[in-house]
Design a protein around this ligand. Structure first.
Ligand SMILES: Cc1cc2nc3c(=O)[nH]c(=O)nc-3n(C[C@H](O)[C@H](O)[C@H](O)COP(=O)(O)O)c2cc1C
Length: 194
């Protein structure tokens, strides 16, 4: 399926998608740093930058610890990623110039923006990313020594695209870009009419 934009957008928005087949090859730290740099420049409420990323390269104990925190379905394909990256954010923070940490109502919104910046940068560099909500937060919290103030949002599999045939059989037919709701179903001028 080729994705068709209903209105003219930059090609990267429809060309980016989330395959599950990875090659498992090593990812240079410099490339990962570039992805994280893109995330670093995301906008955030009061420029608090509440996002915190924890990652492990394939073959390390950290990678194995993050993988163990995924649900079995995700473990079945994310085990071939080059990097597993955990997107977290700080639920409370002191705004610039303040000393007292207060709940930050926008921490999750801002972490989402940062992950998308990372995903776009990855796409532009020929990497694929696949976000996962299928994880056990308690396992990740223990494995990565997360404090109470940290919220885990997603685990991101990052790497180079592999052959569809390398996937478990049940997943091969799903290795296709999907579609989106029409604009009329997600945006309206004025009152909520969805
Ligand atoms: C927060 C989040 C959680 C997701 N959780 C999973 C998951 O646990 N397992 C999975 O295979 N895909 C997961 N996905 C991938 C989505 O299903 C996918 O992004 C969506 O269908 C849109 O497809 P696209 O990214 O290819 O455009 C997740 C994506 C996001 C952003």
């Amino acid at each position: 399926m080729t994705r068709q934009a209903a209105h003219p957008v930059a090609e990267l928005f429809t060309a980016r998608w989330s395959p599950r087949a990875f090659t498992g090859e090593a990812m240079p730290q410099a490339d990962l740093d570039t992805l994280l740099e893109a995330a670093r420049w995301a906008p955030s409420a009061s420029n608090i930058q509440p996002w915190r990323f924890l990652y492990g390269h394939a073959g390390t104990g950290t990678f194995a610890g993050i993988l163990a925190g995924l649900v079995p379905f995700n473990q079945g394909w994310a085990n071939k990623a080059s990097v597993l990256l955990v997107v977290t954010s700080k639920k409370s923070s002191a705004a610039p110039g303040a000393t007292e940490a207060k709940p930050n109502p926008w921490h999750a919104f801002d972490a989402g923006a940062a992950w998308m910046s990372l995903a776009i940068q990855a796409h532009l560099m020929g990497y694929i990313t696949h976000g996962m909500g299928g994880f056990d937060a308690a396992v990740l919290t223990t494995a990565l020594e997360l404090p109470d103030d940290a919220q885990v949002h997603a685990v991101i599999a990052i790497g180079k695209r592999g052959a569809k045939e390398s996937l478990p059989e049940g997943l091969q037919a799903r290795e296709l870009p999907n579609d989106r709701l029409p604009l009329s179903a997600i945006a309206t001028e004025g009152l909520w009419r969805f």
